[in-house]
Design a protein around this ligand. Structure first.
Ligand SMILES: NC(=O)C1=CN([C@@H]2O[C@H](COP(=O)(O)OP(=O)(O)OC[C@H]3O[C@@H](n4cnc5c(N)ncnc54)[C@H](OP(=O)(O)O)[C@@H]3O)[C@@H](O)[C@H]2O)C=CC1
Ligand SMILES: CC(=O)N[C@@H](CCC(=O)OP(=O)(O)O)C(=O)O
Length: 327
């Protein structure tokens, strides 16, 4: 099986993380990579991990899909830009698979939501896949196993590396602004708060921040249970929940974002229960926003959509640094 693939928005941070994964995937052939501003330039000149590739960025418009004869389109465009491509693909090559990395279709029930650890059945054979947001991925990994026991709205405190803000210059990805600093932003009603609540199936609060490191996300989740709990019980419950999930590792100690840099795996752990209020607990999740939060999760979803082993093409980036002490 050769999956002829087109990447739209390949010059961006997520596109740049995705291209080497696709290039190394045993079943995928990259047919074209679209970039408006870098058209005509070699991909290898923008993506270090693609050195040796003879791919050149193309200036593609949506109606180009008529002649591309691709089986897979991956959209890595800013929010609000996927529609024209989806419309063209629906019209000219409706059988092709679309994986959209943006938020545009995450609330569309006609699309499969691409969090494989929770929604794999709907992803097998899917042709329209909405890849989750990076924060929303980690928050759901930390909350879904306990959502039935929550007695109050959970609160998620997140910190992202500045690659999360994309390449378009802003205060959120300006190293000078971020030096020795931490930027709180969108502390209510962030789209990931809505996405998390929608797919968790209950209300949740989310407060993002961006920091001066490039990649990675650390989430600390505060939960209130109906009944008192113990850290060891939580650990065991999460270990059982993710027992078959190769890319979600459960740790007793609090995982650290540096452990998952450049990894397709997420870590969930640090289960902490208040001594004075044993119905209160904290859970930590860390992941690489460009991999488990975007590109490698897209590859998991592509594998499921095409009936391949979910980890195909990801074997080389599944490890995490340091001890994962999962007794
Ligand atoms: N960064 C992250 O950690 C994550 C991002 N996402 C989502 O993935 C998508 C891509 O994010 P990211 O890679 O960070 O973004 P970047 O800003 O790094 O890249 C965006 C890409 O889209 C193209 N682009 C920019 N503006 C336009 C426009 N007006 N019309 C068409 N194309 C445009 C650019 O192409 P050109 O080369 O022509 O300039 C660029 O290649 C976004 O929807 C984002 O929300 C999802 C999960 C994690
Ligand atoms: C630091 C930073 O700006 N992060 C981005 C997360 C980007 C992302 O996950 O993409 P979606 O917008 O497609 O969900 C944000 O908060 O919007």
């Amino acid at each position: 099986m050769t999956i002829e693939t087109v990447v739209i928005g390949g010059r961006g941070h997520t596109g740049s993380a995705l291209l080497p994964l696709l290039d190394g995937h045993p079943e995928i052939t990259i047919r074209a990579v679209a970039s408006g501003t870098a058209a005509g330039e070699p991909v290898a000149g923008h993506v270090e991990a693609m050195r040796g590739s003879d791919l050149v960025f193309s200036d593609l418009r949506p109606d180009a899909v008529r002649d591309l004869d691709a089986r897979l389109y991956i959209l890595a465009l800013p929010n609000g830009k996927a529609g024209a491509w989806v419309e063209a693909i629906d019209t000219h090559c409706p059988d092709a698979v679309i994986v959209d990395l943006s938020a545009d279709y995450r609330f569309d029930d006609q699309w499969s939501y691409g969090l494989p650890e929770h929604f794999a059945p709907g992803l097998r054979g899917a042709t329209r896949i909405a890849n989750p947001g990076c924060y929303a991925t980690g928050a759901q990994l930390a909350l879904t196993p306990v959502r039935e026991r929550l007695a109050a709205t959970p609160v998620v405190f997140g910190v992202s590396g500045y690659s999360g803000a994309g390449k378009t210059p802003s205060r959120k990805n300006d190293p000078l602004v971020l030096a020795d600093n931490l930027l709180p932003y969108a502390l209510a009603d962030h789209i990931h708060e809505r996405e998390l609540s929608h797919h968790l199936g209950r209300d949740a609060r989310f407060m993002p921040h961006v920091a001066s490191f490039f990649r990675g996300i650390s989430l600390t989740v505060a939960v209130e249970f109906a009944e008192p709990c113990r850290a060891e019980v939580l650990h065991e419950q999460f270990r059982d929940f993710y027992g078959q999930a190769s890319l979600v590792q459960v740790t007793a100690s609090a995982p650290e974002v540096a452990q998952v840099r450049d990894s397709a795996a997420a870590l969930v752990g640090g289960f902490t229960v208040s001594q004075s209020h044993p119905t209160r607990a904290a859970i930590v999740c860390v992941l690489d926003n460009l991999l488990k939060g975007a590109a490698s999760q897209a590859v998991q979803n592509i594998n499921l959509a095409f009936g391949l082993d979910e980890l195909s093409g990801l074997e080389h980036c599944m490890t995490v640094a340091g001890r994962v002490n999962d007794e």
